[in-house]
Write a new protein. Structure first.
Ligand code: ADP
Length: 309
């Protein structure tokens, strides 16, 4: 059976409920995708490759992973570092502000632990997923090791999947981000870009422009997310525009793209067609944005997905 490995960072999340009262949980793009994939497709083996510390938050974070039935075999422990943290504040008009404390997080150390010998455990059926955030948090001196291990995985037949998930404040410059993200496209078999991300980074504003930009890469499958507008897929020479039913009352768009990615890939791994995978992924994303927070209550999610399966 194939396994999927999500490489990147999970953070401590703090949300202000009212002055001086916070709700604390855990979130991060690759973690969110892993959770939603496993919830929708429990038979799949879903792994997180990251680094945490040895502190109480780290222990609770790893317990959360286990609670969500994610494999923690590839969660490394740093004796010196602790997890990154972010805070969400929502003002009276619903506008959200995010602040991050992640510059010295344990997850930035993952390439110190994720060595060549680990690559032998991957098989040809496996999937390795990383995002622009996974890339952005890597210290510059660790990038070479990352690209070298990614190439070895790719050469051994592992399917490499990438979502640019561009966050400008995590990069030293747009030139650097653009170079690294283009390199990631060049390594990927499957790419799941959001139009919004590439609009700010590469001046691409429509699904068609993103599809044209991606023509120079050897992608087996390209899935372009464009909010409520549409999803465009390109695979085996076929370009398809999929209709998205807009959600009337959006509560919180956090992790819409992450939920989409997890469920889309889970569906494809479970031998569903591209059309069905998009339909399930869009249902997942539409459900997630009707609830507050990155990770919504289990039954709200599974009820919506099971109705479509
Ligand atoms: P990202 O979060 O990666 O930038 P999008 O904003 O395109 O990606 O959102 C991801 C997916 O969430 C979309 O492909 C779509 O399925 C769903 N989605 C986002 N906004 C809406 C909306 N207003 N109504 C319905 N679905 C939405």
């Amino acid at each position: 059976m194939s396994s999927i490995y999500f490489f990147g960072e999970c953070l401590i999340e703090l949300k202000t409920l009212k002055p001086n009262l916070f709700e604390q949980s855990y979130a991060g793009d690759i973690y969110n995708s892993a959770v939603y994939m496993k919830r929708a497709f429990p038979a799949l083996s879903v792994n997180v490759i990251t680094t945490v510390g040895t502190d109480a938050f780290s222990n609770e974070m790893v317990e959360r992973f286990s609670h969500e039935h994610l494999s923690t075999e590839w969660v490394f422990r740093s004796k010196q570092k602790i997890p990154g943290l972010y805070h969400i504040q929502t003002d009276a008009s619903g506008e959200r502000t995010f602040n991050y404390w992640r510059n010295d997080s344990a997850a930035k150390q993952t390439m110190d632990f994720f060595k060549d010998e680990h690559l032998q455990q991957f098989t040809k059926q496996d999937i390795f997923f990383f995002s622009g955030i996974s890339l952005a948090i890597l210290p510059e001196e660790k990038r070479e090791a990352f690209w070298s291990r990614l190439k070895k995985l790719s050469d051994s037949g592992v399917t490499i999947v990438f979502d640019p998930n561009y966050r400008a404040n995590l990069w030293s410059s747009t030139e650097d981000a653009s170079t690294q993200i283009k390199k990631a496209f060049a390594h990927a078999c499957i790419a799941l870009p959001g139009v919004d991300d590439l609009a700010t980074l590469l001046d691409l504003h429509t699904g068609a422009q993103v599809a044209e930009f991606c023509q120079c890469y050897e992608l087996q499958e390209l899935v372009i997310k464009n909010g409520p507008e549409s999803v465009v897929t390109v695979a085996q020479g076929n370009t398809t525009e999929h209709h998205i039913t807009p959600v009337v009352k959006v509560v919180d768009t956090t992790s819409a793209g992450d939920a989409f990615n997890g469920v889309y890939l889970g569906a494809r791994l479970s031998k569903q067609s591209i059309n069905k995978a998009v339909q399930l992924a869009a249902t997942a994303a539409a459900t997630v944005i009707q609830h507050p927070g990155a990770i919504i209550p289990l039954t709200a999610f599974t009820d919506a997905i099971h109705a479509e399966l």
